[in-house]
Ligand binder design. Structure first.
Ligand SMILES: *[C@@H]1O[C@H](CO)[C@@H](O)[C@H](O)[C@H]1NC(C)=O
Ligand SMILES: *[C@@H]1O[C@H](CO)[C@@H](O)[C@H](O)[C@H]1NC(C)=O
Ligand SMILES: *[C@@H]1O[C@H](CO)[C@@H](O)[C@H](O)[C@H]1NC(C)=O
Length: 443
């Protein structure tokens, strides 16, 4: 995702997050975590975009940015996200919390419970940071528990059992379990065979969740769809149309198996490979020369304490977020005439990415993605690749997120920050009759 900063009136800065829609994400990578200490095991499998050009100069910066030691990281700012150590502490507080003694719940989300705005605004660099708190949504015995935990006192401060409708965000474990439940359903073999395939030839995914109609009311439901993965890297091009398996995520059970598409042929695999290969036929066009943006004196922004970004007379706090992808806070600009710091925005983030397919067909009506709220824009992010996704001099940030077992994991290089040339002329004025100073170009 590229967050255009025009809304922030920062047309010069672009924040890139590899916002991967859920449908780009299957097959799922196994979750890794940091429980063993050291972040090497905490990295997800690399998403491998390859350089699309052979004429770029040799990279002058390492292909992977320097590794950061997350295990010893501490919060330096009231808004800094939970650290690895803090996530471990929340997990340990919850493990000895009476209501969870018998069973540790599934952690559907855990994040910093930000201090009140007034405290954040009153805080200055060098001040002690306000007590750190975590907000947790946990699922146990079909109930959503909303908890705030004070990390200093080690106490659960508030605990509420949700009585509203709806369910917490899905975890990767929920999604993986639903797909596994569906692919081991015996009738699937016959549906595959009717199309000349076996279950081993299929890639099955669970698109958007949701419950529809009285039979599905009160249950966490995922529909599972299958595609042929034979002879194509893009299995979405080869759907088993009309095949829908409705899975109860909590009971790990197929509630309904519907296949109305046995007569619908699977689209062929020809020309479904979108990937670059050296032998590919080049596009029909004149060769173009490489373009590079130079920053001979390096970038003009600095990042302090991992999150505080300063550029020219601007300053803001930037952090990865498991649900929203990224959060920009306390955006301040210093007035160039008075020197006074003016607050432009207290907190901003993508609230949702809603993708309704709007097709009433049996295999399609339920597809209405809410990528942030259901899957998490940060949870589904993939590592940005230096010089492919982000230019030289980019600053990379890792997300420290939480898996369903309450353990932290690293979403590496999920944000990069860089300056982009945006000096195109905004307007130009000149006077023929004024011999000097009569020409004005504003960027
Ligand atoms: C995290 O690691 C611990 C210990 O290595 C393991 O028991 C646990 O299952 C792991 N969790 C995930 C989500 O991989
Ligand atoms: C949770 O809900 C499922 C139905 O979706 C039910 O079968 C199960 O017994 C419930 N579990 C508890 C502990 O209430
Ligand atoms: C299905 O998978 C099997 C095992 O990988 C393979 O031998 C077979 O050719 C595949 N079927 C089709 C129709 O591609």
């Amino acid at each position: 995702m590229e967050i255009s900063s025009s809304a922030l009136r920062l047309p010069f800065l672009f924040l890139l997050v590899p916002l991967l829609l859920f449908f780009l994400l299957s097959p799922w990578n196994p979750l890794h975590n940091l429980s063993g200490g050291g972040d090497s095991a905490g990295r997800r499998a690399q998403f491998p975009p390859k350089s699309l050009t052979s004429i770029s100069p040799p990279p002058a910066e390492p292909r992977s940015p320097p590794r950061r030691d997350h295990n010893s990281a501490t919060a330096r700012n009231p808004l800094d996200p939970l650290t690895v150590g803090e996530i471990h502490r929340v997990r340990s507080i919850l493990s000895s919390y009476q209501p969870f003694l018998r069973h540790f719940p599934s952690i559907q989300s855990m994040s910093l419970d930000e201090p009140d705005k007034s405290r954040v605004l009153g805080w200055k660099s060098g001040d002690p940071i306000p007590s750190r708190k975590a907000f947790v949504i946990a699922l146990l015995d079909n109930q959503s528990h909303l908890l705030t935990i004070d990390l200093d006192s080690g106490r659960v401060e508030t605990h509420e059992i949700s009585s509203g409708s709806g369910y917490p965000m899905l975890t990767m474990e929920d999604v993986v379990a639903a797909v596994q439940t569906a692919v081991s359903y015996p009738e699937l073999e016959a549906s595959a065979a009717a199309r000349g395939l076996s279950v081993a030839n299929l890639s099955c995914i669970s698109p958007s969740p949701g419950w529809f109609g009285p039979d599905e009311e009160g249950k966490r439901i995922l529909k599972v769809l299958c595609f042929s993965k034979q002879g194509t890297p893009n299995f979405y091009m080869r759907p088993l149309e009309g095949l829908v398996m409705t899975v109860d995520v909590d009971r790990r059970e197929v509630l309904q198996f519907s296949d109305t598409g046995k007569g619908i042929p699977i689209p062929g695999r020809a020309n479904t490979d979108y990937r670059f290969r050296p032998g590919n036929k080049p596009p029909e066009m004149e060769r173009i020369n490489p373009i590079s943006m130079e920053q001979p004196r390096g970038p003009s922004f600095t990042v302090t304490d991992g999150h505080l970004v300063k550029w020219a007379n601007w300053e803001f706090h930037l952090k990865p977020d498991q649900r929203a992808g990224l959060v920009v806070s306390r955006v301040v600009v210093r007035d160039s005439e008075t020197g006074a710091a003016r607050s432009v925005m207290y907190k901003g983030f993508p609230s949702e990415l809603f993708v309704p397919y709007m097709d009433a067909d049996e295999g399609w009506y339920f597809k209405s993605y809410m990528d942030a709220g259901e899957f998490g824009l940060g949870a589904t992010a993939m590592p940005l690749v230096p010089l492919n996704d982000c230019p030289r001099n980019a600053y990379y940030m890792d997300g420290i997120f939480v898996s369903a077992d309450g353990q932290p994991f690293v979403q590496s290089n999920m944000i990069c920050l860089f300056e982009r040339y945006a000096g195109d002329a905004a307007w130009r004025h000149s006077e023929l009759t004024v011999s000097s100073g009569g020409q004005e170009v504003r960027n």
